[in-house]
Design a protein around this ligand. Structure first.
Ligand code: G
Ligand code: G
Ligand code: NA
Ligand code: MN
Length: 251
């Protein structure tokens, strides 16, 4: 297929860039981390949405070399930031369960000089579906390095409490659909966020509300006690230079 043909050449042609979206502390709005988000500007296809090429990269296993580039690039960039600011990197199941994944993380950390504590790996619930014990084993090794593990899009997949019992995630990311529901006074969304926050707090995990776009969503999410907030309200995914510039001026 044509898109796949282009995707195979995208790395060597330097067609990928990372954008960075700020995550802020819900209390004082200071930047606690940035999530690295992959962008592809293809010579043949122009801008291709990650929603389109990430699944293709997963199916073709191209996500392994692409994901390695993402890890290295994100760590290299984050090493320039203030030392209290972390970077979060999305990792697909295909990549996580690949033989050399731990070595790739160790390599990205050592070549960038980034402290392991400043790297958070984001995984979705789907990684536990295929081989739950293998995924858990890899995540435990990543945690042993000192990295954090965030559970992304929580509540939208096959939410099982078994892996929350078995793994000490650093952060649970509450999916944007619940944030929108809560702001629309949807009682189920409100109750679920409240329950997820309470569960996370008692397990000493942090929470991030995803996709906060409006003043109203912000106020409601704050009231529900989420620790961290991510969304267009505080910043869209932006080029590395724009992210760096945010540290130049008072927040
Ligand atoms: O910003 P947004 O449109 O970038 O992201 C779309 C989807 O692509 C999200 O589900 C996001 O997690 C995923 N994604 C973005 N960057 C990466 C990446 O570097 N690796 C993987 N595996 N997924 C990514
Ligand atoms: O699957 P994951 O949660 O990693 O994907 C993050 C996606 O959400 C990215 O595509 C990012 O651009 C998008 N995103 C981040 N903040 C907002 C927001 O406030 N509103 C909307 N609509 N999308 C957002
Ligand atoms: Na993510
Ligand atoms: Mn998410």
């Amino acid at each position: 297929r044509k898109l796949e043909f282009s995707l195979r050449r995208a790395l060597e042609r330097n067609e990928f860039v990372l954008n960075y979206q700020p995550v802020v502390d819900a209390k004082d709005e200071s930047i606690v981390s940035f999530e690295a988000l992959l962008r592809w500007h293809s010579e043949e296809h122009g801008f291709v949405s990650p929603a389109k090429f990430i699944p293709l990269a997963e199916d073709t296993r191209l996500i392994v070399p692409i994901g390695e580039w993402v890890l290295r690039e994100a760590c290299r960039e984050a090493a320039n930031w203030p030392s209290n600011v972390k970077v979060a990197v999305n990792v697909s199941g295909e990549q996580l369960l690949e033989q050399n994944f731990i070595a790739t993380v160790v390599g990205a950390l050592s070549s960038s000089g980034l402290a392991a504590q400043r790297l958070e790996i984001e995984v979705t619930e789907s990684i536990f579906v295929r081989d739950s014990s293998a995924a858990r084993g890899v995540l435990e090794q990543i945690m042993a390095l000192g990295c954090g593990i965030a559970l992304d899009d929580f509540g939208t997949g096959y939410s099982s409490l078994a892996y929350i019992r078995n793994l000490r995630f650093s952060t649970i990311k509450v999916d944007r659909s619940f944030v929108q529901g809560a702001a629309a006074d949807n009682p189920e969304s409100l109750a679920i966020i409240r329950a997820v926050v309470a569960m996370a707090e008692s397990l000493e995990m942090s929470t991030t509300a995803e996709g906060v776009e409006t003043e109203r969503e912000l106020a409601i999410i704050r009231g529900l006690g989420c620790r961290k907030i991510q969304g267009y309200y505080f910043g869209r995914p932006m080029p590395a230079t724009d992210a760096r510039a945010l540290f130049g001026r008072p927040q």
